[in-house]
Design a protein around this ligand. Structure first.
Ligand SMILES: Cc1ncc(C[n+]2csc(CCOP(=O)(O)OP(=O)(O)O)c2C)c(N)n1
Ligand code: SF4
Ligand SMILES: [Mg+2]
Length: 315
C-alpha cells in the first residue's frame, strides 16, 4: 500500500464516511435516460467508497467521453472529464505524481476497448494501481447507437446497416493477457455484487479492471437487460481458482462466448495479490522520489528538473 504518500488530505483514523459525501453539493440532474444501466454504476460506486474508507478529497475520478463519461458530474471527488479513450494515461500520471490518491478511471466500451484500446492494454501490462470501470452497453450510446467493439456479430446499426461482420472483442481475456492483476465482470441489474466488486477492485493494489454490463434501453433495443445473471462464485456449476491464470483464462473465454448466447456470467475471474504495481516497481529502483511529486507544487523552494537539465547530463 502507498497510503503514506499523499499530497492531499487523508481521512482521520476511524472516521465514518457516509455515501452521501459522494453526492455533489449542487446536485446536477442526471441526463441519463430512464432505465439506463449507468445509474447503477454511480450507485455502486457511492456504496463502495465508504467500504473502502476513502473520502471525496482523497479520490480522483477520470472519465472518458460518452454517456458513461458523465459519471463524474454526479459523483463528488476530484475529477477530470477527459478525452475520448484517454482517461487511462491521465489517471496514470496523476497516480504516479500523487500515489496517496485513490484513482478511478471510467468510460464506455467504445472509449476503453476501441479508441483507447492501446492505453487499456498497456495500463494493464504495467499494472498501474487504479480501478478501471468500463460501462459495457455493447454500443456507442452518446452518439446514438453505432456498433462498438463489444457489439455482437450481426449487430445492425446506422454504421453497420447490413449487420456487423466483426467478432466482438474479449474484454476479460484481453485484460488478463495484457497483465491486469484483478479482472471482474458485474451487471447493473446486480447492485449488491456490483458494490462488492467495486469495493474489492478499489482496495486492490494494482490494475483492477471491471467490465460493468450496463443496458442502454434507448439505442440498443435488442440488447439483453443482462438478466438472468449467474454469479460464478455462487454457482455450483462453475469451479475454478481465481488465482490460477490458466483456469481463469478458460473461465473468461467461456463467459465471453456465453454472453452472446444469452447467458450472463458475472463475478471475479482473476486476482493476483502478489504482483507489484508500476509505482512500487519505480520506487524500488530509486527512480521515483520517496515524497510525492505533487507535493513540490506546494514547495516554493522546490528545485525542478527540466528536460534540458537531463539532456546536459549526456553531453
Ligand atoms: C476523438 C473522438 N472521436 C470520436 C468522438 C465522438 N464520440 C463521442 S462519445 C463516442 C462513443 C461513446 O461510446 P462509448 O464509449 O461506448 O460510451 P457510451 O456513450 O456508450 O457510454 C464517440 C464516438 C469523440 N468525442 N472524440
Ligand atoms: S443513450 Fe443509452 S447509454 Fe446513454 S444515457 Fe441513454 S440509455 Fe444510457
Ligand atoms: Mg457504450
Amino acid at each position: 500500500m502507498s497510503k503514506s504518500f499523499s499530497a492531499i488530505g487523508q481521512a482521520e483514523q476511524g472516521e465514518e464516511i457516509d455515501r452521501e459525501a459522494f453526492t455533489p453539493g449542487i446536485e446536477p440532474q442526471a441526463t441519463w435516460c430512464p432505465g439506463c444501466g449507468d445509474f447503477s454504476v454511480l450507485k455502486a460506486l457511492k456504496g463502495a467508497m465508504p467500504e473502502v474508507g476513502r473520502t471525496p478529497d482523497e479520490t480522483l475520478l477520470v472519465t472518458g467521453i460518452g454517456c458513461s463519461g458523465k459519471l463524474n458530474s454526479y459523483f463528488e471527488s476530484y475529477a477530470m472529464h477527459s478525452i475520448h479513450g484517454r482517461s487511462l494515461p491521465i489517471a496514470r500520471a496523476a497516480k504516479l505524481a500523487n500515489p496517496g490518491l485513490e484513482v478511478i478511471a471510467a468510460g464506455g466500451d467504445g472509449d476503453g476497448y476501441g479508441i483507447g484500446g492501446n492505453h487499456f492494454m498497456h495500463t494493464a501490462r504495467e499494472n498501474h494501481d487504479m480501478t478501471y470501470i468500463v460501462f459495457d452497453n455493447e454500443i456507442f450510446g452518446l452518439t446514438k447507437g453505432q456498433t462498438s467493439p463489444t457489439s455482437p456479430k450481426g449487430h445492425e446499426s446506422k454504421t453497420q446497416p447490413h449487420g456487423s461482420a466483426k467478432d466482438p472483442i474479449r474484454p476479460l481475456s484481453l485484460a488478463l493477457t495484457s497483465g491486469a492483476s484483478y479482472v471482474a465482470r458485474t451487471a447493473a441489474v446486480n447492485p449488491r455484487q456490483a458494490t462488492e466488486i467495486l469495493t474489492e477492485a478499489i482496495e486492490h493494489d494494482g490494475f483492477a479492471h471491471v467490465d460493468f454490463l450496463t443496458q442502454c434501453p434507448t439505442w440498443n433495443k435488442d440488447a439483453k437487460q443482462y438478466v438472468p445473471y449467474t454469479d460464478v462464485q455462487d454457482s455450483e456449476d462453475f469451479d475454478f481458482d481465481v488465482h490460477d491464470r490458466q483456469e481463469a483464462a478458460e473461465m473468461m473465454h467461456e463467459t465471453e462466448d456465453k454472453l452472446y448466447e444469452g447467458e450472463v456470467l458475472t463475478g471475479r475471474f482473476y486476482i493476483d495479490e502478489d504482483r507489484r504495481s508500476y509505482g512500487e516497481e519505480k520506487r524500488s529502483t530509486g527512480e521515483m522520489p520517496e515524497e510525492p511529486l505533487a507535493e513540490r507544487y506546494f514547495d516554493e523552494e522546490a528545485d525542478w528538473e527540466r528536460s534540458y537539465d537531463l539532456l546536459d547530463a549526456h553531453k
